[in-house]
Design a protein around this ligand. Structure first.
Ligand code: URA
Ligand code: SF4
Length: 229
């Protein structure tokens, strides 16, 4: 899709949203997004994946090197660890809707390697319309934010994962949210003891998320049964 829109400070993903929101339309439109400069140095828009009926949404920061090459979220080392921990707590990764706060890989060159660079607030703000559209379509029972960028995109820049980790946050216009570590934080842990401790906390948060989703769906099933008699 050709576009005549210029990239400037006012441009955001909003200018590229389709009129009819569906996951297919969003994915096709996002492939041509120029809502911030990050599309210039990345290979693909890595859009979210999963069913529009998913009850759990997993929200990461941005695609990494592997995700940019394969055009799929969480297929690199962080994704492997995430799948492993989810399986340990009985969550099927394939049943979740998996996406990122920012859809293009931001990186800096280091020799032949492309090193992850953290997206800034302008880029997160520019990309948020895609995320809000995904949330509107999927309407998940719970959004699990992996790390500060994901959590702050939805809950504001004042949100501190260190303080609020593992709590179910309700009351915004969005579905309930639980924020926890990003799996990369576990991979970067300075020593074995802290890595183990973080993994235990990460697992406890994800177990809580699974329990919440289960309870809510039992509640809604009971409610719809009551309403149909
Ligand atoms: N880290 C993320 O936050 N998202 C991905 O898709 C991969 C790594
Ligand atoms: Fe568009 Fe988001 Fe990519 Fe920026 S990072 S160009 S807003 S899809």
């Amino acid at each position: 899709m050709k576009t005549s829109k210029k990239v400037g400070p006012q441009v955001s993903a909003r200018d590229f949203l389709p009129t009819k929101l569906s996951l297919g339309n969003l994915r096709r439109a996002a492939a041509d997004c120029k809502g911030c400069p990050l599309y210039e140095n990345a290979t693909h828009t890595v859009f979210g994946e999963g069913s529009a009926n998913a009850r759990l949404m997993l929200l990461g920061e941005q695609p990494g090197d592997a995700e940019d090459r394969e055009c799929r979220p969480f297929v690199g080392p962080a994704g492997r660890l995430l799948r492993e921990v989810l399986a340990d707590v009985g969550i099927d990764f394939e049943e979740a809707y998996v996406t990122n706060a920012v859809k293009h890989f931001k990186w800096t060159p280091r020799g032949k390697r492309r090193l992850h660079a953290k997206p800034n607030s302008r880029e997160v703000n520019a990309c948020r319309p895609w995320l809000h559209a995904e949330i509107a379509v999927v309407n998940p029972t719970l959004i699990v934010c992996l790390g500060a960028t994901a959590a702050q995109s939805l809950l504001g820049s004042g949100f501190r994962v260190t303080r609020e980790r593992g709590k179910i946050i309700t009351g915004s216009d969005l579905p309930p949210i639980l924020a926890t570590y990003h799996p990369s934080a576990l991979l970067r842990a300075p020593d074995e003891a802290s890595r183990r401790a973080m993994r235990r906390e990460f697992m406890a948060d994800l177990r809580r998320a699974a329990g919440f989703v289960e309870l809510e769906s039992r509640r809604t099933t009971r409610k719809s049964r009551r309403e149909s008699v």
